[in-house]
Design a protein around this ligand. Sequence first.
Ligand SMILES: O=P(O)(O)O[C@H]1O[C@H](CO)[C@@H](O)[C@H]1O
Ligand SMILES: Nc1nc2[nH]cnc2c(=O)[nH]1
Length: 297
Amino acid sequence: MDQAATSSSSSSSSSSPRRYTHEEYKETADWLLAHTEQRPKVAIICGSGLGSLADLLEDKTVFPYKDIPRFPTSTVPGHAGQLVFGKLQGRECVCMQGRFHFYEGYDIQTVTFPVRVFFLLGVETLIVTNAAGGLNDAYNEGDIMLIKDHINLPGFAGQNPLCGQNDERFGVRFPCMSDAYDRELRALARQTAEEQGCGGFLQEGVYCMVAGPSYETIAECRLLRTLGADTVGMSTVPEVLVARHCGLRVLGLSLITNMTVTDYDSNQKANHEEVLQTTRNRTQDLERFVSNLIAKI
Ligand SMILES: O=P(O)(O)O[C@H]1O[C@H](CO)[C@@H](O)[C@H]1O
Ligand SMILES: Nc1nc2[nH]cnc2c(=O)[nH]1
């Protein structure tokens, strides 16, 4: 294989935006493996206000991000900033209590850094959760949406974490994304939601990523709806791209924390406090749903 396709050198140039080498991801993974005996097969990324999922883990080992070599830090309210290893329903899991967003000023490779570390830890399944605005008017605040597909708007503008030199040790140059959100896992999630009394507020649809941090204008919400999006948020898609590139199975969940404003006569205004309040209202349902789902994966 030629050097351009597989380079592990740490040098980078303006035409090569990949920030981390395979060795750098591996150093972080090896550091974690040396500091915990847990060998998780499932990783969970907690969205805004959804970090309490990590509190459910038993036999926990907790690493503040600032202590992990090369890990970025969380700057957003509702994202605690620690990596938690432990058991959920007897299954070993690793949980990001706080994610990284492009709008925090991180480049898109930094946003997704933990996902390749998870891959090198031996993780096989990634569960991504997020708080999102509802665009589909059949949805209600508090609904949980299984993500069946996404629209990568920053990607349309060149912000894709897979840009730059491709390292075949992670995956192929041109990864398929038509099967990004695992069909079997979605079926399992639907069944679990019914069993756990969450079926009445379960939706399935398309998540659109915008860069943020400003919320959408009315015209933008109308546009996104026309594009086929059911929810909108500022995360998740880069993580999913990197996870699928290296062959992880992905399940995505959006909690509809607010309905977006599409009417010029409305007095509603999107705000992060409302987002966090809705997550608090749904915490118990979500925890029950996700932990019972993990037991079946
Ligand atoms: O996607 P998560 O991290 O859940 O957070 C969502 O909520 C925040 C805005 O309220 C944004 O960060 C948006 O992406
Ligand atoms: N972009 C965006 N992100 C969100 N996260 C939670 N709610 C929203 C929203 O309405 N818009």
